[in-house]
Write a protein that binds this ligand. Structure first.
Ligand code: SAH
Length: 466
């Protein structure tokens, strides 16, 4: 981030602009939104600027800028649309101590003006560091559509009510009250007219003051395979409402970013069945936080119900008499199979699919190898990298075809996703050659679709050649 966003207090302070043409007009229209003292230097101002001066909206000085003209100004805009004049005025303004901006010249500007969505006092500033003004405008248009125009009114009335709302205990009770106001009672009242908002606020406060305190609760949330867009809407909402988030190590930072800023984030450091915080300690941690009345999100990679040791955590929460629910997530097998363009099941090939773990707490996990070794079987193997040679040995021993396709998908759905295509015979060698360091899903009995198509074409060509 090269430009750090802040909201600058300009009420009653000086802003100076040099220029009298179109660029100056556009900036001035924006600057009128703030309660600043505007001074414009322009030898030949546009008639509109003269009108604004007559209306008292700005002070117009009909000459070029001179040293000292920007003294005490907090901001300066060079809008003469002439590179050498803009450089001259900017140098003067800097000497006077103002922060300077040259219209349409990002490189020589000390600050930039974002695209603004104005629901005063709610203001949203959108910046792209000059990289994509089109994108900023599109985001602005999108937000303009989505935010009700009454939002500003609700915020203004709400602001005056803040003192009264302080009667509610700090933290969640107060947050719940305001959420209820902005997203429920407020808009409803405003639909009846502005006068209905204040009585609605009074009634709402009464309801919240007499409401019993909210009890702690645990949401076991599947965070999906890594791509934040593969989070469910429910998972997003849970993150948004959480007081405490206890997450696995594999959760992508982009997903944790979505959490409420005040939420306490705890890295439980679990990576599959790997070395980590002890399960008992995690259980105790969840219970301890929920007992304080917190809304706890236990965030697990993929789907919490797949190789997630969920039941142990639920048992602990149950034993403590705390309520809980599960928010399903997209398991990594779903993301990985999508990455290779295949289906987990297919008519005529496999009517069932197994989710296996390569190893469990006792070591390499045993399975019904005989059943798996039959042609057409498909298995999604979690935590299968270390167990690759063991799995290969068991399957071959039970009669699996050495050429059965095996595909590994590392970091499924993430930008660094990789696919390793191999077969049962060459699995251990290809796996060690590939040097995968991230989480990987192993598909037994599935090859990537594109390669499959190529291989088939190759077979046909070969047959024809013979
Ligand atoms: N609950 C998780 C699985 C936890 S076990 C889920 O539903 O996906 C951890 C194993 O999941 C890893 O060893 C790896 O095999 C797999 N895994 C997790 N994230 C993955 C990803 N993004 N790409 C491929 N495999 C992944």
């Amino acid at each position: 981030m090269q430009h750090f966003p802040i909201f600058l207090s300009v009420a009653g302070r000086r802003i100076v602009l040099s220029g009298g043409g179109d660029a100056a007009l556009a900036k001035l229209r924006l600057l009128f939104k703030a309660d600043a003292h505007l001074t414009v230097f322009a030898p030949e101002p546009d008639p509109q600027i003269e009108t604004w001066a007559l209306e008292g909206k700005l002070t117009l000085i009909r000459r070029k800028m001179a040293p000292g003209d920007a003294l005490c100004a907090v901001l300066f805009y060079a809008a003469d649309e002439d590179a050498s004049e803009d450089a001259r005025t900017t140098a003067l303004a800097r000497a006077d101590g103002a922060l300077t901006n040259i219209v349409d010249n990002l490189r020589d500007s000390q600050f930039i003006t974002p695209a603004i969505v104005d629901r005063d006092p709610v203001t949203i500033a959108i910046g792209t560091e000059g990289a994509a003004p089109v994108l900023a405008r599109a985001i602005k248009a999108d937000l303009e559509d989505r935010l009700p125009t009454g939002l500003g009114t609700l915020a203004r009335i709400g602001k005056a009510f803040r003192k009264a709302a302080d009667a509610l205990p700090f933290g969640r009770p107060r947050r719940d009250f305001w959420r209820d106001y902005y997203f429920n009672a407020g808009p409803k009242a405003l639909a009846e007219g502005q006068d209905a908002v204040q009585p609605a606020l009074d009634a709402l406060l009464e309801t919240h003051l007499t409401k019993p305190a909210r009890e702690g609760h645990v949401a076991f949330v599947g965070a999906g395979p890594g791509d934040p867009e593969l989070l469910t809407l429910k998972a997003r909402r849970a993150l948004d409402e959480a007081d405490v988030i206890i997450h696995d190590r594999l959760i992508a930072p982009e997903i944790l970013e979505l959490a409420r800023r005040e939420a306490t984030m705890i890295d439980a450091g679990k990576e599959g069945f790997g070395p980590s915080m002890k399960q008992d300690d995690i259980n105790a941690l969840i219970v301890e936080h929920a007992k304080t009345g917190a809304q706890v999100v236990r965030l697990k990679g993929g789907d919490a119900t797949v190789f997630g040791r969920l039941d142990e955590e639920i048992d602990a929460v149950d034993a403590a008499g705390i309520s809980w629910h599960i928010v399903p997530g997209i398991t990594s097998a779903s993301a990985a199979v999508a990455a290779i363009g295949q289906s987990l099941t297919k008519r005529g090939r496999n009517a069932s699919v197994r989710f296996l773990t390569g190893h469990d707490m006792k070591g390499f996990a045993d399975h019904d190898w005989k059943a798996l070794a039959r042609p057409g079987e498909v298995a999604a193997i979690y935590m299968g990298k270390k167990a690759a040679r063991f799995i290969q040995g068991r399957l071959l021993m039970h009669g699996a075809h050495a050429g059965t396709p095996v595909t590994l998908v590392e970091n499924a759905s993430r930008p660094n996703q990789r696919v390793v295509e191999t077969n049962l015979a060459t699995l251990p060698a290809d796996l060690s050659d590939a040097g995968l360091s991230g989480p990987a899903l192993t598909f037994y009995g599935l090859a990537p679709r594109a390669a499959l198509a190529q291989a088939q074409q190759f077979d046909i060509a070969l047959e024809e050649a013979l």
